[in-house]
Design a protein around this ligand. Structure first.
Ligand code: ADP
Ligand code: ZN
Length: 733
């Protein structure tokens, strides 16, 4: 009798034993996905081990289906997910779910593979096919290529005749092509780049685990260093994973990796359907790719013989998963995975998270610094852009009490328009106005389901809740007093766009925010148009602050540099500093000199002043000192407990009970709260929060014991109330 222990994607600590009656060879099934019955449902779980005897009580249930031909989670990923469950205080089954492929079917059909990279052809359809193949990793199903590009079978056949693509019956790797990359080549590395690349090469040659922080200012050439290290890992027969914050926002970076590694790189974008993702996953598992690029979930890519993990922009919050459990940070998982594999991990950023900086200073990670930008083509030193602070309090006048664009910014924009240079404006809020206020009674419309004010979307004539998505027709008069008019307070990206239109009627403006990019490929189109010089100004939310590299951008304006400072969160300063520094880094990246304007009402705020001087190190010194004094991460271990449910009294009671049991159990740890969350109601659910702060000397294992004990002591929660546990939370909101 073949028996297996199966872990399930539920918050249950134990594995369950099932009998295998399917026709399988009697080998070790550990890591295989199986479909099993569980309390009236059918679930997909993972075999955690073979079992030697049936459970003592209960009926022995039977595995319904074995989904894999080989383990979906190789031993290494079983160990990694085991660690994940202990560290992030969730079940092993939940942790494993994060690493599993999407459900999908393997099919036999025709595939198209790129046979020659970097070719430009005349026909638009042919070109579209080639570009699609480059973007999607070199080999795709023919049906997909046709659907995505609008090309016909005839197009594919002419490309095949010209030797530009290969059409074949399986997605096996075609004969590997030599790929000519457009990267700069090691002989041109500047000195600190050279030093960083050398350090990584020798670490790779040693073949031991090690983590590096690559701290390089924006435009210092970090991507070239990653590529060099990847080449060395691949040359040594190992594979690499590159994590990027958001594929759609970093097409330029992705293209550089592709032009270097051609069809041996898999790109896991969110645009892929579940079936496509499954295909790619299966090919990675089979060993078809040496390099995988993707967002946070790519940290679990089942590559073989992992030698290098790169986490680009390691400070980015998109590496953190919020829902569902495991609430992991892919950066930290990358470090752990590297250590399990004797691999090298590189965390790169111009503005490292304070956690990572602290680890580099304490010697846990090694620090590689690239303090200067890549020299310009004439060999002179490219400098970081000049930043000017515009005091918006001084800009106020009776007829312009709350100007959105200051005189200085207006003049600076005018100058760029005349010189046909480009401008990026950051306003980290979408919609037209974040708040409407009645001019008679000061009433502000709020979402009926969430405790937040509604954002006015003027073009659509709607008030929208940015938390739950509900939309309402904009009222013509105040709903509270019935007579007053609702006036917009503050500005979102749409309002900035409108103001620009009024000031500069001839300027061509593009807007990039969640509203303008909801359509598939919209990101691509906006960035391509801006890159091709089809617009003068790009206005957007934090989306415009990420890795964009446009050589004609010489002006960056931050419309409201204070926006992030006001949040009651221990990371508010860090976030603001990072955002300001990153967006400033978009200016003057090539031969043209860059200028940056921060509009602020806090012109002496230290965060604004450090960002102005691009002075990460002073910022980090001060911020780390504050964190230490207040006992926040990275000096303590933090775990956030969120209590939520539709009935406030029950939520509060559960939170209070948790706090009581916790304080009685966990000596030596501090519990802050519970208290109502900053946004206390979302989608009709009340939210209470408590924060556990423990000394760093408390091990992850001890933390798990404490939580198991406390949650056991809290017992059954009232109906509808949930507790979500978040280890290393990104914020207290
Ligand atoms: P970062 O990732 O640090 O922002 P990049 O790797 O994108 O920097 O480099 C910025 C620009 O400089 C890119 O266009 C890149 O191709 C180019 N570059 C990088 N290193 C060099 C070098 N040593 N010499 C010339 N150009 C370089
Ligand atoms: Zn809402």
């Amino acid at each position: 009798m073949v028996l297996v222990n199966v872990i399930l994607p539920l918050p249950l600590d134990s594995a369950y034993t099932y009998q295998v009656t399917c026709d399988v060879p009697a080998h070790d099934l550990t890591g295989f996905r199986v479909r099993v019955p569980f309390s009236g449902r059918s679930l997909i779980g993972v075999v955690s081990s073979m079992a030697d005897r049936p459970p003592e009580k209960g009926r022995l249930a039977v595995v319904q289906e074995i989904l894999d031909e080989r383990a979906a989670l190789p031993e290494e990923l079983m160990r990694l997910t085991r660690w994940l469950s202990r560290y992030y205080l969730c079940s092993w089954g939940e942790a494993a779910r994060a690493a599993l492929p999407p459900e999908g079917q393997a099919r036999t059909r025709l595939f198209v593979a790129l046979a020659q990279p970097d070719v430009v052809v005349r026909g638009a359809k042919q070109q579209a096919v080639l570009e699609y193949l480059v973007q999607s990793g070199g080999t795709r199903a023919a049906t997909e290529v046709l659907a995505e590009t609008g090309a016909s079978h005839g197009t594919l056949r002419s490309l095949e005749k010209r030797g530009l693509v290969t059409i074949m019956e399986s997605d096996a790797q075609p004969h590997a092509q030599r790929v000519t990359g457009d990267t700069i080549g090691e002989e041109r590395f500047h000195p600190s780049q050279r030093a960083a690349a050398d350090a990584l090469r020798s670490a790779l040659a040693q073949g031991d685990y090690r983590t590096y922080l690559l701290h390089g200012v924006t435009g210092s050439g970090k991507t070239e260093v990653y590529i060099d290290a990847l080449q060395h890992a691949v040359a040594a027969g190992r594979s690499g994973i590159v994590l990027v914050p958001e594929i759609a926002l970093t097409p330029q970076t992705v293209r550089r990796f592709q032009s270097h590694f051609g069809s041996s790189v898999a790109v896991l974008h969110s645009r892929l359907s579940a079936g496509q993702r499954y295909d790619t996953w299966r090919r990675i598992r089979r060993g078809d790719f040496r390099v995988v690029i993707g967002p946070r979930s790519a940290v679990f890519a089942p590559v073989q013989d992992l030698g290098l993990l790169v986490v680009d922009e390691e400070h980015e919050s998109s590496y953190k998963q919020f829902e569902p459990a495991p609430r992991y940070n892919a950066r930290d998982v990358a470090v752990m995975r590297a250590s399990l594999n004797g691999a090298v991990c590189v965390l790169g950023s111009a503005t490292p998270s304070l956690e990572t900086m602290h680890n580099a200073r304490s010697g846990k990670y090694r620090l590689l610094s690239m303090p200067d930008r890549v020299p310009t083509t004439d060999g002179s030193r490219a400098r970081l852009p000049e930043v000017r602070i515009i005091d918006m309090l001084a800009e106020r006048s009776p007829d312009r009490p709350n100007p959105i664009v200051s005189n200085a910014l207006r003049v600076a924009i005018q100058k760029r328009l005349e010189r046909q240079e480009q401008i990026i404006l950051l306003q980290n809020r979408r919609g037209f106005a974040p708040v409407l206020s009645c001019d008679t009674c000061a009433h502000t419309p709020e979402c009926p389901d969430c405790s937040v004010s509604l954002t006015w979307h003027k073009q659509r004539g709607q008030l929208r809740c940015h938390y739950c998505g509900r939309a309402f027709r904009s009222p013509s008069a105040c709903a509270s007093c019935g007579t007053g008019t609702l006036e917009p307070v503050g500005a979102g990206t749409q309002r900035v766009e409108e103001v620009l239109g009024d000031l500069f009627p001839a300027a061509r403006v593009l807007r990039m925010d969640m509203d303008s990019t909801s359509r598939k490929d919209a990101h691509h189109e906006i960035l391509n148009a801006f890159g091709a010089g089809e617009a003068d100004v790009l206005v957007g939310t934090q989306m415009v602050a990420k890795g964009l590299d446009f050589s004609r951008v010489t002006l960056v304006g931050v419309v409201d540099a204070d926006a992030g400072l006001l949040f009651p969160d221990f990371r508010a300063d860090e976030r603001t500093f990072q955002l300001l520094t990153q967006v400033a880094g978009r200016a003057g990246r090539a031969d043209l000199r860059g200028e940056v304007l921060f509009q602020t009402r806090n012109s002496r705020h230290p965060v604004i002043l450090w960002a102005r001087r691009h002075d990460y190190l002073s910022f980090a010194d001060a911020a780390l000192a504050t964190r230490e004094a207040l006992g926040y991460p990275p000096f303590t271990r933090a775990v956030r407990a969120e209590f939520r449910g539709p009935d406030e009294a029950k939520v509060k009671a559960a939170a209070d009970r948790f706090a009581k049991v916790f304080r009685a159990t966990a000596t030596g740890m501090e519990l802050v709260g519970p208290s109502p969350a900053f946004i206390v109601r979302v989608r009709r659910h009340w939210r209470y929060l408590a924060l556990v702060k423990a000394p760093r000397s408390v091990s992850a294992q001890r933390m798990k014991q404490v939580f198991d004990h406390v949650l056991g002591g809290v017992g059954r929660l009232p109906k509808g109330v949930r507790i979500n546990v978040d280890v290393d939370p990104l914020g207290m909101l």
